[in-house]
Every structure is written in C-alpha cells, then in structure tokens.
Design a protein around this ligand. Structure first.
Ligand code: ATP
Ligand code: MG
Length: 197
C-alpha cells in the first residue's frame, strides 16, 4: 500500500470512528455480563470496581458460590468506605453436599443483592458467579431479571459466571465470553496469589 492510500484509509477510519463517538451520547446504567470458560471474569469485575472507586462511586460486591476462599481483593477492599458487600458463605455444592442448605444461603445472599439493586446511592453492583444460582435452580431467573429491570436507571451492574442463561444475555447491554485457550492449572501450576486469588 502506498503512503498516500494508507493515509486516505486511516483518514476514512478516523472519520467513521469520530462519527460513531458523536452518535454515542447516551448516559445510562448498563449491565455488563462476563461469561465463558476462560479465566478473567471475576478479575475483570474487580477492575471495574477499581475504576469506580477511583471516581468515588459507591460499589456493592455480592459473591455467590465462592466458598470460604479468601482473595487478594477481599483483603484490599475489606475496609474501603465506598464498598458494601455480601458473600454467600457455604460454598461449592461438591464440598457441602447439601443442596437445601446451599439454596437457603443463595436466597439469603440474593435478598441482600436485591436491596443493593434498589438503592440509588450505589453506582455499581457486582453479582459475582450468580449465573450458577440460576443454572442450579437455586434462584429464580425471572425474579433476578425483574430486579435488574427495576433498578435505579443510572446504576451499573456487572454479572459474572460461566454458562450465562439466555435471559441474562438478553437483559445485558455488554456481553463478553472469555474463551479458555489455555490455563496454567492444567500444567499442574496451583492457583497463584495476585493472579488467581
Ligand atoms: P478470575 O477470578 O481469575 O478472573 P474467573 O472468574 O474467570 O477467574 P472462575 O470460573 O470464577 O473464573 O474461577 C475462579 C478461579 O478458577 C481462578 O483462580 C481462576 O484462575 C481459575 N480458573 C478460571 N478458569 C479456569 C480454567 N479454565 N481452568 C482452570 N482454572 C480456572
Ligand atoms: Mg469468577
């Protein structure tokens, strides 16, 4: 490609991008859904929490299905004045082998999440690993969709978890599927602090 035609192409590209930027003039609370089998869903949500806190926004972090495993972000954020959180305690079903107890814990955690989704003071609500609660029938999808639809209009929601249901995909504004190309765990490397937990 000649220098001149390259410049022309770049100029056209810039005009197109600028026109799209001009068109995107709406501000509203959006739902971001991070799904798929690859690593990077919850840590991406933590990245958005970090961005939000940088602007002094209030954040609610709700964790489903996390067991009792502590993460670096829990330690880092635990006493942050702009974060409220709710963590489902009893964790993976294959640990607890007690579906009824898991269901109760899921509902308790959802009750707290619902309150965050009604609170206009909270700018961002993270629902980490909630997809499993729907897929295991621990929580009712329609009730979750209803709360999402009726949340304060400027409130953002970040949802993570594998195998997101079609209802969640339809309700979301931004949906990313993280593909599992490779994971260190399969080379017998255990979860590393700062990267995996
Ligand atoms: P992260 O919290 O690191 O962003 P994630 O939220 O995308 O990961 P989860 O399914 O919630 O993924 O799993 C959390 C933990 O499992 C992390 O320690 C992560 O590194 C690990 N993990 C994620 N995907 C895989 C995979 N495909 N194979 C093995 N381990 C994985
Ligand atoms: Mg996760």
């Amino acid at each position: 490609m000649t220098d001149k035609s390259y410049k022309k192409r770049m100029q056209r590209k810039k005009e197109y991008i600028d026109s799209r930027i001009d068109q995107a003039n709406i501000d509203k609370g959006i739902i971001v859904l991070l799904t798929g089998n690859g690593k990077g869903k919850s840590s991406s949500a933590m990245g958005m929490i970090c961005r939000s806190l940088g602007y002094d926004m209030k954040v609610a972090l709700v964790r489903f299905l996390k067991g009792d495993q502590q993460t670096g972000e829990d330690l880092f954020l635990e006493n942050h004045p702009n974060i409220v959180s709710a963590h489902m305690k009893s964790g993976f079903t294959w640990d607890t082998q007690d579906q009824e107890l898991d269901k109760i814990k899921a509902r308790e955690t959802w009750t707290e999440a619902k309150q965050f989704l009604q609170n206009p003071e909270i700018a961002v609500v993270v629902l980490d690993e909630i997809t499993y609660m729907i897929n295991y029938n621990y929580l009712d999808e329609s009730e979750i969709l209803d709360s999402l639809a009726n949340r304060p209009k400027d409130q953002h929601v970040v949802i993570t978890g594998r195998a997101a249901s079609q209802g969640l995909i339809d309700a979301s504004d931004t949906v990313s599927e993280v593909e599992d190309v490779k994971h260190a765990f399969r080379a017998n490397i255990r979860a590393q602090k700062g990267i995996d937990l």
